[in-house]
Ligand binder design. Sequence first.
Ligand SMILES: Cc1ncc(COP(=O)(O)O)c(C=O)c1O
Length: 430
Amino acid sequence: MREHPRSRAFADEARRNLLAGVPMHWMAKWPGGFPLVVAEASGSRFTDVDGHEYVDFCLGDTGAMSGHAPTPTLRAIEEQARRGITLMLPTEDAAAVSAELARRFGLPVWQFALTATDANRFAIRLARHVTRRPYVLVFNWCYHGTVDETFATLSSGGVVPRRGNLGPPVDPRLTTKVVELNDLDALERALAPGDVACVLAEPALTNVGIVHPDPGFHDALRELTRGTGTVLVIDETHTICCGPGGFTAAHGLDPDMLTIGKPIAGGVPAAAYGFSAELAARVETSIELEDVDVGGVGGTLAANALSLAATRATLTEVLTEAAFARMIPLAERWATGVENAIVDAGLPWHVTRLGCRAEYLFGPDRPRNGTEAHAAGDVALERYLHLHALNRGILLTPFHNMALMSPATTEEDVARHTEAFREAVAELVA
Ligand SMILES: Cc1ncc(COP(=O)(O)O)c(C=O)c1O
């Protein structure tokens, strides 16, 4: 507190006109009593208003996976802003971006939104529209944004509102089926009645800690969804960490739809959802032109000129093949440093990694599903480790213990984390 008088003063002042003293309620969760107020961010680092510099492994929880303010994105934003920001008409960037997304993810047809939440909402709506089915199936402890249908978990085998689900519009049992990741028998049983419009899945869970799919899981998921006429929607918003085409390209997935948001425009609000040729044809032929603006899909600012210019520059010049070739080995280095510190401290924890994202979990073994990953969480321990890191100039994501590498992250940044983490666990076991 003594080190952060200006952030502290902001917190006191902000209580007057901001709910819980923060511009978005989640920001109240940062450890330390009040959030740091940022003066500026560039590359892998940011500086707070009290002049402290931090290595940022949170990177806006993936929104800034491109690194902060990357030069090509900045240039495109500056140039486009002078030429118009939003029009309700396409600019040439729309075609270029959709071609690049098609090349990366293998789906030929695209639409745009402003957030991954909206991309998921629109994908669900269109899947329900073409299948005329009521249910959405998600995996236990998933997170796909603030999408009503996804705020459900399993309790004693039944679907219940997820803890903290604020004002659920309807009982989630009416909209949602939930199964554990890697439980193919339960998945088969849930899809068998033919009443599920779509499975909405991260290809590996990332929001309850990383949970990897078992070998063969995705082949079975594809077979079961295809066999029951269920639309398979893969949400790559976080798993883009696996490479330029996300988990989908890295592991040869073949979804009917794909959603992505967060980092694709370097932090400028932008998201996209893609369709297979077959699904695109079903959607196009089933919607009357007269209804396209009132059907619950889209938005006035979606596909605006600024977002698309930023997306084009970020995809073609920042989050490139060459960038991932640097970012992924850095995550390996981060994971090895943490793993060695855990072993040396004799703690029953482990480290897991997915592309350029890595994290430690408070249990000896890799979780196989959301329930196991959730059970390995420890809020007090997490807050201690996050605050310890913050006090040594390192920012982790506020949720679990995740670190993300950007094209601007350096070996020195990783070494700083390893050293601080060693110190933190040594203090814990002393
Ligand atoms: C997998 C996944 N999908 C979608 C979202 C929603 O993103 P946004 O909050 O930018 O709408 C998130 C957010 O964390 C996410 O992790």
